[in-house]
Design a protein around this ligand. Sequence first.
Ligand code: CFM
Ligand code: HCA
Length: 538
Amino acid sequence: MSTKPTNVEEIKKELIAKMPTKVARKRAKSILPGTEVGEPIPEIQSNVRTIPGVITQRGCTYAGCKGVVLGPSRDIVNLTHGPIGCGFYSWLTRRNQTDAGPDGENFIPYAFSTDMTEHDIVFGGEKKLRAAIQEAYDNFHPKAISIFSTCPVGLIGDDIHAVARTMQEELGITIFANSCEGYKGVSQSAGHHIANNQIMKHVIGTKDVEVEGKFKVNMLGEYNIGGDAFEIERILEKCGFTLVATFSGNSTVEDFRKAHAADLNTVMCHRSLNYVAEMMETKYGIPWIKVNFIGAEASAKSLRRMAAYFEDQELIDRTEAVIAEELEKVKTVVDEIKPRTDGKTAMLFVGGSRAHHYQELFKELGMKILGAGYEFAHRDDYEGRHVLPTIKIDADSRNIEELEIHPDPERFKPRKTEEELARLNEKGLDFKGYEGMIGGMGKDAMVIDDINHYETEKLLEIYKPDIFCAGIKEKYIVQKMGIPLKQLHNYDMGGPYAGFNGAINWYRDIDRMVNTKVWNLIKAPWQTDGPELEATYV
Ligand code: CFM
Ligand code: HCA
């Protein structure tokens, strides 16, 4: 094993040394060392506009709204109002899985778009949008249609909400629109917020039905990438929980409508669904806790906290039995693999929650995290909810309407009294609390927000990690540098990685990636033959 550089401040200096002064000054605020457990957590700059000219990993508001939050719902026709590229490039790339079940309704394999062209930009696209809604209705008879604006729609001023209202009246199904023009925020994070508002306004709680089951929960911020939600469902069912709705992996509009029947909201990805969690708590009196099903130990801890909430001994005992059985399977695999992965190193730069969650799985393999960062998370995701007890710090939410949510205690009784919540909090339930990424990463690890391409290449050169985790934009560049890249967004062709079976899949995949000899056999073209093209200045 080679010795790795550990002085983060020195490396940071090197990282920004070649940048123009103003850029270096800005980037310096987004780069800092991690802290040891219990140490004070420093403030990190995040959720601010990317510096023009640098190559960022980030996506846009439309991506966060359509691609991330609402896209995985299987029986809503998600219709992109815009030029064809936006609909096409958000079509099936995220590997959110579906099982259409007995009703057979599944629109995920389709890309619905109005395919705006120059004519529509000049003369307006509302007519085309109406026609597209009609066509989708005639062909598929969906229960709901959701419309998503792309950049030009905001610029020309099509009133997508008015079109949605008229078509809803005409067709008698739920139709709602999202003003999620790509440029609206500083990243996809703004799109999450918009989608949260619109599901809350138009769908959640629109059907009062009795849901059977004693221990009813919703899973917020779980998108069934690579089948993760299927594995979580398997475990929850085995323990005896009733899952009312998942937001939004393999979800249906009916699930959303009755989600207010749950007694507890569990939040898997806080970054993308926190707004719904807060609004449902205010309106329906449903408390929420943060959970993490990435990592075997983290899954066990989440299940224990969920069972503790219901204070039912039978549920607690069954949950413990499930954990014991599952952890035994996991341990056999860890014992086999860990000797080969122990001491290897990893870096993770991804999204708004996974760069933190996946550190658990690496630690279970004895691997060391040299550096990590989010693309678009906010300060609370880095510093922890207890450091920042409010979500009203969103720089990118300036343009986004805050919904007025009112409690309705007559119809929706708070599930727990203040005293009960306080008592459960003392037992470690930690309502609304969660750890940020920085605390506990250790001062020899580097934390970087909104990493750019130049910094990525520089870090690889300095640290030479055994594995780098990011997305498709980085994958082949990193691999050409002789370092394996695991896509933490779509899992390459792998998964599920959540829960206990997921952890086992992960250990095996990572073992193969960090121990293959192939990376030592390849050389980048410039290391052998020189550049393929040479320019001559005359
Ligand atoms: Fe949440 Fe996600 Fe993520 Fe995210 Fe995303 Fe994603 Fe992600 Mo890609 S909702 S923040 S906006 S866990 S699409 S499933 S993988 S960047 S870390
Ligand atoms: C998005 C979606 C994405 C992109 C992944 C990647 C995803 O941000 O619009 O860059 O590889 O998970 O599919 O995050």
